[in-house]
Design a protein around this ligand. Structure first.
Ligand SMILES: NC(=O)C1=CN([C@@H]2O[C@H](COP(=O)(O)OP(=O)(O)OC[C@H]3O[C@@H](n4cnc5c(N)ncnc54)[C@H](O)[C@@H]3O)[C@@H](O)[C@H]2O)C=CC1
Length: 520
């Protein structure tokens, strides 16, 4: 249940307002009062802690929750609970797990507006987008519910009537560590396949966005999962380390930055634990002169400005063929000017605030440096103060379009993770491919062209985990998602993810006598 305060004073608190009341909340009214850890099927305060973190409402700059970062004992308790639940859950058939996951998906659908509202309040993305995130979340649960029952091994006939078979078995207690840009969706994308495969999970959200994972935990319990199967521990790096280093954790699935991903991998290596790393990117979007310009412009906006540009797979290096660069740029600016920035809970807002004040400063710093290095700010890039007084301390900026960019500029090389599009000119396919691949990242790429052969040729040459042809940033759960190069490895979504949450056991069955060189 959601417990929150409406208004600023204690007198106006009301507990358990219900789905409809939460969905009807306005910006500046939510305060998180209940414990933010979830263990054994209930919300709990951690038994020990290693500091506190404040979570904000980016739209107003208000503190909405102060969380106690879970210490080593709390992490161990969560693991203990998860192990106990794993014993029960891993014995269930795929159809039984399917049923529970489908019920959870149904509840997410039913509570879509309330979940999206909380997500918008804590993350800052527009309610319009938050609802889409909730859709891909329940779809993910439904997808893996469907696969749960079809997980099976192989039967192999051997000489003399003997045979072997393989069993696809769960790993045990898996850890999910999430970033702040898609808090609810990341929790679902990690937990749905893990749980469908028969594992238990402990999820640690980013300390910036601690709230919505609890809604998922409560839904899972109500849908019928054993208490302890899905736990939430809150905290930052130290809590994350306790989780990764715990000897009873079988796997870590991480979404976040490259530097943290390296640390996760190091820690996991010491325990020989498999990891899935969903890391950052600096993806190219290639627009050929024979494209449908209108679609290409829409694609460029989708590739840069969803979630205030705080999207790992954003196509921020927009390569445009010389013949159409002027027309394209003019049209992109025209459409960008129309993006409505402001209160993210309003229906017509399409761009809310960035996640927090240091991040706003960081993104502004990239724009300043781009100018110093010779780029031209064609549009936006300024801190924005909405007229509504309650939004005065929010972290808004206008979406930014940079031109006159070169490949060696910082804005073109580094992940900014904000609404900043760099437009670059190119002449030939070979040239643009070389430039697009000249990066240590490899998360995604896009190509707009009407030439079907070129589209597939280019897609084959791009060193990326996902390539969009004539669209961008669409993520159907049926398709695997993940990176090449420093953008990580392992996949989320799609059938293949089953392999990342299971292990294969081979069973040999002897049907004759044992033949041995040691006995005559
Ligand atoms: N490939 C993908 O699917 C996605 C990648 N990202 C990437 O995430 C980054 C932004 O997210 P942030 O939260 O700022 O990343 P981050 O790397 O700072 O933090 C990610 C998570 O790791 C935890 N963490 C930090 N240090 C840790 C440590 N030493 N041990 C264990 N856990 C630790 C954080 O508390 C947080 O929960 C961007 O680089 C972005 O590209 C974001 C979303 C999707």
């Amino acid at each position: 249940m959601l417990h929150c305060a409406v208004g600023c004073g204690l007198t106006s608190l009301f507990r358990t307002p219900g789905i409809a009341a939460v969905a009807a909340m306005s910006t500046g009214t939510f305060v998180q009062l209940e414990p933010l850890n979830y263990r054994g099927g209930v919300r709990v305060e951690p038994v020990d802690s290693c500091g506190t973190e404040k979570a904000f409402e980016p739209a107003t700059g208000r503190v909405i929750a102060t969380l106690r970062c879970s210490g080593e004992r709390e992490v161990s308790l969560a693991v203990k609970n998860a192990k106990a639940a794993f014993k029960v859950w891993s014995k269930k058939s795929g159809m039984e797990r399917c049923e529970v996951l489908l019920e959870a998906a149904r509840m997410i659908k039913e509570q879509k507006n309330a979940i999206a509202t909380i997500e918008t309040i804590n993350n800052g993305k527009s309610i319009f987008e938050a609802r889409l995130d909730v859709d891909t979340s329940w779809q993910c649960l439904e997808y893996y519910a469907g696969l749960a029952a079809s997980m099976a091994g192989e039967h192999v006939q051997l000489p003399g009537g003997s045979f072997g078979y393989t069993r696809r078995e769960p790993l045990g207690v898996c850890v999910g560590i999430g970033a702040w840009n898609y808090p609810f969706q990341i929790a679902c994308w990690k937990s749905a396949p893990a749980l469908a495969c028969g594992n238990a999970m402990i999820f640690k959200p980013s300390p910036f966005t601690p709230v919505s994972a609890l809604l998922l935990a409560e839904i899972y319990t109500k849908a019928g999962m054993p208490p302890g199967l899905f736990n939430v521990v809150q905290g930052g790096a130290a809590t994350g380390q306790f989780l990764c280093q715990h000897p009873d954790v079988a796997k870590v699935s991480f979404t976040g930055s490259v530097p943290t991903g390296m640390k996760i991998m190091e820690m996991s290596a010491k325990g020989i634990k498999p990891v899935t790393l969903e890391l950052g990117g600096k993806s190219p979007l290639i627009i050929f002169s024979d494209c449908d310009l209108k679609n290409a412009v829409k694609g460029a906006l989708l590739a840069n400005f969803l979630s205030q540009g705080q999207v790992c797979c954003n196509g921020t290096r927009v390569f445009v063929q010389k013949e159409i660069i002027d027309k394209f740029t003019e049209e992109v600016v025209k459409q960008t000017e129309k993006i409505k920035i402001g209160d993210p809970l309003l229906e017509d807002t399409r761009m809310g605030p960035l996640i927090n004040s240091p991040h706003l400063e960081r993104v502004s710093g990239f724009i300043k440096l781009a100018k110093e290095q010779g780029a031209t700010v064609l549009y936006g890039g300024d801190v924005y103060v909405p007229t509504d007084p309650k939004l005065k301390f929010g972290y808004y900026m206008t979406p930014c379009i940079l031109t006159n960019c070169r490949d060696d500029m910082t804005c073109v090389k580094e992940e900014i993770f904000g609404p900043v599009m760099s437009i670059l000119s190119f002449e030939t396919e070979a040239e643009v491919l070389a430039r697009a691949n000249d990066t240590s990242f490899g998360l995604a790429a896009g190509v707009f062209t009407s030439d079907i052969q070129r589209a597939h040729r280019v897609a084959a040459e791009l060193q990326v985990g996902t390539c969009y042809i004539n669209n961008y940033n669409v993520s159907p759960v049926e398709l695997p998602f993940g990176g090449y190069k420093k953008s990580g490895f392992g996949r989320e979504n799609g059938r293949v993810t089953i392999e990342y949450y299971t292990q294969l056991k081979t069973v040999y069955v002897e049907m004759g006598d044992v033949e041995s060189p040691f006995e005559s």
